[in-house]
Ligand binder design. Sequence first.
Ligand code: GRF
Length: 215
Amino acid sequence: MLTISVLASGRGSNFQSIIDAVKNGRLQATISLLITDNPDAFAIQRAHDGGIEHLVMQPKIFRSRDEYYQAVANELHRRGTDLVVLAGFMRIIGKPLVEAFPNKIMNIHPALLPAFPGLHGQKQALDYGVKISGCTVHFVDEGMDTGPIIIQAAVPVRDEDSEETLSNRILQFEHKIYPEAIRLFSEGRLEVVGRRVRVKGSPPDDRGLTSPSLG
Ligand code: GRF
């Protein structure tokens, strides 16, 4: 069975969607560890409630960024991690961790990459004036939101949207496509060819290419 470890910095609603998918059997996996860089992260409470071990690891206690990510990689290896899931982990991943888990680290971003990478993807989309935004699950490389794309969901932007209402609409789709991407990985169905990720077998149920409200 797939062993997952999660890295999160904040409220952890995506972490929760993965916990729930494991609980209700949609995802055959074990979540072995949460690592957070934020001792106040609500994700810690979710790990506690889900009976999942957690570690607080803050870069400031390490001599360098590389040492930090090497230490994180060591903890992940120690738990037999097959897949590292970034769920609102607010840092760019350093080389020692990317190299320790090649094409085995996933991230979710609240925009249709390559549009609006980095912080506040939803606000960037609103400010730009796009009519459709969404969310993207991708493999992680050393860049900022640049790795090969696994699943995207398109979400409409409404005239009356604020950053909050758009973020909430996108979040509902994040909670669907993240567990789905992990399920495909767990079934050995993701094949990375250059920048492209092929899904082997039948197409994912919940690919979310268009949201219901887009018709
Ligand atoms: C999500 O919007 C995710 O796309 C982004 O950070 C946010 C994390 O939210 N990477 P949560 O902590 O999972 O609730």
